[in-house]
Write a protein that binds this ligand. Structure first.
Ligand SMILES: Cc1cc2nc3c(=O)[nH]c(=O)nc-3n(C[C@H](O)[C@H](O)[C@H](O)COP(=O)(O)OP(=O)(O)OC[C@H]3O[C@@H](n4cnc5c(N)ncnc54)[C@H](O)[C@@H]3O)c2cc1C
Length: 569
């Protein structure tokens, strides 16, 4: 079964998707974690608390706001039960999950509005402006940067859940564009497109739970970004609502010189400037075949060189559509988790002289097998030149089949008392090795200093002619104060990213967690430009008030843990 078309129910309140889909962690994997982390994953058990035991504050929605919201969406689509509010109290980052699983929620929205049309969205926003409430747009709810929390707000906060604003509006098979309501879940969009022979080609790991509006609002990047581009490359137009007016940008022509591209202002705006209600995306004909390559490189540097040469020498239409290189630690952990077959592979690679191999997965999608094979052969020369050892293609097929299952594993690890988190950045090729070393080192040092030495692994999965992203995953035994442990490591890693001259986020967005580092990246004038946009479009600070834009008034920025820290001036 093609996993990109496999329907999955919306996430359980304490974790990911449908827990029935989770495969239990094998005993050998638990043993490995205990040995490597000093965790006690076989005995420690941290199940989520009971949903009805979580206390939520009384809703601050007053009678007048309530009646205006009911006018906007209808009484049956205005929810305020504790369960409905808890479900929208955050995204799916590690701290979000720790908080909800322990029942300690510093933020829950006061009500949930479920509009089904552009007009209803406009009416909800207008009601919140009129009655001084904040609005947090909620797509799939998979944010990992605290993009869905409005901690510290003194006003009522309305979660604007866009799940009813869903569906394909039109597919233009001639122009290869598709317009969707922004709340459409990615998997539903892909299913509708495939039925007509098209694909979006956008498959982030969160694909089974995320929405198209969320992708555009956060500038996401999918696993096939090498071939299809990131969501920014796919957006052709957006329609939406701000507190001071409605907008429609793009869609008129494939390109334009009519001033700055205002469409881009809304792409990555994270709900802080307005709500996207429709998105028009470029689509392509769905591929008929996929060819798979798995190789191992002797070290991360040769793997990175090979990727650079693939993208620079083969060009956009010839390079692989999926490109993924694990560093030596990630490879070792993956092979360890695979059990006997992983060990056998390790032995084989050692015989071939690869003591610390870097596993690499490449996928080619194409209209015919002949074309895909031709591209694959051209790449082989570059891979070989950089010392790649060819592995069975079934390893790449296995990765493809399990590509959306890691979030289930995360849930199980958390239940077993393991601290597991990811973060990402990007930089130019000339800086890749240094950022890999410095950021990985900062994470490892912070874990060591906290008395919970861990495993820090990394992969490259998005490549460009001038550079690539680096995606770190780290695991350790959970400390007594899990949120403090998370914050310490996150701060160390973020500071290392800034010091190394890389971007604070390649695809997870700014949210709350990264906004105090944004000024380092865009400068004081960049912050002023963002704030001017905010003041113009949302003078009452109604829209998602705690994300994206550094708080220049107080210099205090709350973080994911709910703590308040000094922002850089
Ligand atoms: C396990 C896991 C794996 C992930 N893998 C990837 C990955 O591979 N690549 C990647 O790029 N990201 C990844 N993410 C991050 C996340 O899935 C993306 O940021 C995604 O784009 C969010 O989409 P969503 O619909 O869930 O948005 P939400 O989480 O609901 O919202 C995200 C932000 O966008 C705003 N927003 C949502 N919809 C709208 C709208 N219609 N109008 C205005 N603002 C809106 C929200 O207010 C919020 O600020 C991952 C997350 C998890 C938990």
């Amino acid at each position: 079964m093609d996993v990109t078309l496999q329907q999955v129910q919306r996430s359980v309140w304490w974790g990911w998707g449908d827990p029935a889909n989770a495969a239990p962690l094998p005993v050998h994997a638990r043993r490995m974690l205990d040995e490597r982390l000093g965790a006690r994953s076989s005995t420690t058990n941290h199940p989520p608390v009971q949903l009805d035991s979580i206390e939520v504050p009384e809703s601050r929605v007053g009678d007048r706001l309530r009646s205006a919201l009911i006018d906007a969406v209808g009484a049956e689509h205005l929810l305020d039960s504790a369960a409905d509010r808890i479900l929208r109290a955050g995204g799916k980052s590690y701290p979000d999950l720790v908080r909800v699983r322990t029942g300690h929620l510093p933020y829950v929205p006061d009500a949930v509005a479920l509009p089904s049309t552009h007009r209803e969205v406009a009416d909800v926003v207008a009601a919140c402006v009129a009655h001084d409430a904040a609005v947090v747009p909620f797509g799939g709810g998979t944010s990992v940067v605290a993009g869905l929390t409005a901690t510290g707000e003194q006003r009522a906060v309305v979660s604007l859940d866009l799940r009813r604003l869903a569906g394909l509006i039109r597919l233009d098979e001639h122009d290869h564009t598709a317009t969707f309501h922004a709340g459409t879940m990615a998997i539903d969009a892909e299913t509708a497109l495939r039925a007509r022979g098209f694909t979006l080609g956008h498959f982030p790991q969160s694909y089974q739970q995320a929405s198209l509006g969320g992708f555009v609002a956060t500038r996401s990047a999918g696993q096939s970004s090498s071939g299809y581009g990131r969501i920014d490359d796919m957006v052709d137009g957006v329609r939406g609502v701000t507190p001071t007016g409605e907008f429609e940008f793009g869609s008129r022509s494939p390109a334009s010189a009519a001033g700055p591209r205002l469409l881009d202002v809304m792409v990555g705006s994270e709900g802080a400037l307005g709500v996207l209600t429709e998105v028009t995306l470029r689509v392509v004909e769905a591929p008929q075949v996929t060819r798979h390559t798995a190789v191992a490189f002797p070290d991360f540097d040769s793997a990175a060189t090979a990727l650079r040469e693939l993208v620079q020498q083969l060009g956009h239409d010839q390079q692989p559509d999926v490109t993924r290189v694990s560093d030596a630690v990630e490879t070792e952990v993956s092979l360890g988790l695979a059990g006997r077959s992983g060990k056998a592979l390790q032995r084989y690679l050692a015989v071939r002289g690869l003591e610390a191999p870097c596993l690499t997965i490449l996928l080619w999608h194409d209209a015919t097998d002949e074309r895909a094979k031709h591209r694959q052969r051209r790449a082989q020369q570059i891979l070989k030149r950089n010392g790649a050892v060819t592995l069975p293609a079934k390893i790449a097929r296995g990765w493809e089949h399990g590509r959306f299952s890691a979030p289930y594993l995360r849930d199980e690890l958390i239940t077993r008392g393991v601290f597991v988190e990811t973060l990402e950045t990007a930089t130019h090729w000339s800086n890749i090795a240094a950022v890999h070393r410095r950021v990985g080192g900062a994470i490892a040092d912070a874990l060591d200093a906290g008395g919970t030495p861990g495993v820090v692994q990394c992969h490259i999965s998005h490549v460009y002619p001038s550079g690539a992203s680096l995606y770190f995953t780290y695991l350790a035994a959970e400390a007594d104060d899990a949120l403090d442990q998370w914050q310490t490591v996150k701060t160390a890693a973020s500071e290392a990213i800034v010091a190394a001259g890389a971007t604070i986020t390649h695809h997870h967005a700014v949210g709350r967690d990264h906004r105090r580092y944004l000024a380092d990246e865009i400068g004081e004038i960049g912050v002023r430009m963002l704030r001017a946009l905010k003041n113009e479009l949302d003078p009452g600070d109604t829209m998602n008030p705690c994300v994206l834009i550094p708080d220049t008034t107080s210099q205090k920025v709350p973080t994911s843990t709910g703590a308040t820290t000094e922002a850089p001036s």
